[in-house]
Design a binder for this molecule. Structure first.
Ligand SMILES: Cc1cc2nc3c(=O)[nH]c(=O)nc-3n(C[C@H](O)[C@H](O)[C@H](O)COP(=O)(O)OP(=O)(O)OC[C@H]3O[C@@H](n4cnc5c(N)ncnc54)[C@H](O)[C@@H]3O)c2cc1C
Length: 413
């Protein structure tokens, strides 16, 4: 494509969804990715459309749990010593975002993006021939003590106030939903409005195929810089090749800030590295996704296997993965789920693209309205992909976005 109306950088779930939404508005679109579709976090995530997860991670609750978690080097939250200095400014911003007034604002913004994403999801799946990949099996959040359950109640009240449906359960009621759960889990909360995708990698690849089938082009190139030019944007590749487009959507996940920097913009994007192990599909008879919140991981049922993982490692983009984290979560899952067979798993680490206030950056670059940012979705990029795509298409075509974007402004820091 000589000079597309729109060039999307990044063929993850966010970039491809935005590319398809732009195509649907009649724009010619090219996607560029340094590796090809589904190379990043979109491939190995837990596959949840966590629409009920409206509370930002940056919250007073996490500040209470963090000190205990940080004591366990393989626990739910870790900061490798080699990255502690670099991550400090981000952690300071995260801490500031935990102030109650800011949490209330983030929750309300997150809810609006969740509601939009939920409303957009099914039409988007239908339009991209991926509807058969949608699962509506809910999520079971489990607690090990009455104290842990009681501590979760204020959060559930906030969700109730935002219209989210859930049921608090006792052990026998949980057993009816999920047999095999260890007796240490005495309470739980089931959210039926939590959906999932059969397999996040297959879904992202299916979006890539759908995009191509509508005339879209996906090129392989590493993009190193963007420049505003009178007719739009010049896109500079690491090999020196120049491309031009009327507009650019920057959706390069956890690497996006490096490219934004070439437009003179500093965005405090960091990565929350996450780990998992995908076991064969018959490793356990899983009926719903289970969240072991006190241990920072989930067990998800995919068409391709049982995925055990989560955790947050604030370790940047360059350190080698520490797969002992995957092993530690799998070891726990064995003791939490009677009969789970841990053999034959495949380990994975991915880079969640995270901003300190747990909200993504969606909006124009400071340097030019022709570059639109769509990154920083943290733990929720799959969940918010269809809503983000709708907003990006609105911005590309000069329509008023479906929700107020103030809280998502890339310039808010
Ligand atoms: C363990 C784990 C579990 C998760 N579970 C869930 C979940 O259940 N539900 C949910 O909603 N979210 C979940 N997430 C988060 C979710 O995976 C991410 O938010 C989402 O995938 C981000 O999508 P993206 O398209 O922005 O980025 P990515 O999928 O990372 O895609 C970015 C793309 O940009 C490309 N790229 C990078 N730099 C360049 C460059 N310079 N030039 C060209 N291309 C470039 C990369 O190759 C990559 O393909 C999870 C994440 C992890 C790690």
């Amino acid at each position: 494509m000589a000079r597309p109306d729109v060039m999307v950088i990044g063929a993850g779930v966010v970039g491809l969804s935005a590319a398809i939404a732009a195509q649907a508005r009649g724009l010619s679109v090219a996607v560029v990715d340094r590796e090809g579709p589904a190379a990043g976090a979109s491939a190995g995530n837990a596959g949840a459309f966590a629409f009920t997860d409206i509370l930002p991670l940056a919250s007073p609750g996490i500040l209470k749990k963090a000190p205990k978690w940080l004591l366990d080097p393989l626990g739910p939250l870790s900061v490798p010593p080699a990255y502690a200095l670099q991550i400090a400014p981000w952690m300071f911003r995260f801490w500031r975002a935990c102030q109650p007034s800011r949490v209330a604002r983030s929750t309300s913004a997150q809810t609006s993006l969740m509601d939009l994403s939920k409303a957009e999801l099914e039409p988007f799946l239908a339009a991209t021939d991926t509807f058969s990949m949608l699962r509506k099996e809910g999520n079971l959040q489990v607690y090990e003590s009455e104290e842990e359950f009681q501590a979760s109640l204020p959060g559930w009240e906030v969700r109730r106030n935002h219209g989210i449906e859930f049921q608090h359960l006792k052990a026998d009621e949980m057993a009816a939903i999920q047999p095999g759960l260890a007796s240490r889990f005495t309470r739980g909360t089931f959210t039926p409005g939590w959906y999932s995708i059969a397999d996040p990698k297959l879904y992202t690849l299916a979006l890539a195929n759908n995009f191509r089938s509508r005339g879209g082009v996906i090129e392989t190139a590493e993009i190193s810089a963007l420049r505003a030019i009178p007719t739009g944007v010049e896109v500079v590749a690491a090999d020196g090749k120049l491309r031009q487009a009327g507009k650019v959507v920057l959706a390069a996940g956890a690497f996006s800030h490096r490219i934004a920097k070439t437009l003179g913009e500093h965005i405090p994007l960091e990565t929350e590295r996450g780990y998992n192990t995908t076991l064969p599909a018959d490793a356990f008879d899983l009926r719903t996704q289970i969240t072991f919140g006190g241990h920072g991981f989930v067990v998800s049922k995919l068409s391709t296997g049982i995925r055990v993982g989560g955790a947050v490692e604030l370790g940047g983009l360059a350190l080698a993965p520490n797969f002992r984290r995957s092993e530690a979560m799998l070891l726990k899952a064995r003791t939490f789920l009677a009969g789970l067979r841990p053999e034959g798993g495949v380990q994975w680490m991915g880079f969640r693209p995270s901003l300190p206030d747990s909200l993504p950056a969606i909006g124009s670059a400071k340097a030019t309205p022709d570059v639109i940012y769509a990154f920083g979705h943290g733990h929720l990029g799959l969940t918010q992909s269809a809503g983000t795509a709708r907003i990006v298409a609105d911005l590309l075509t000069g329509r008023k976005p479906a929700i107020d974007l103030t809280a998502f402004s890339p310039q808010r820091f």
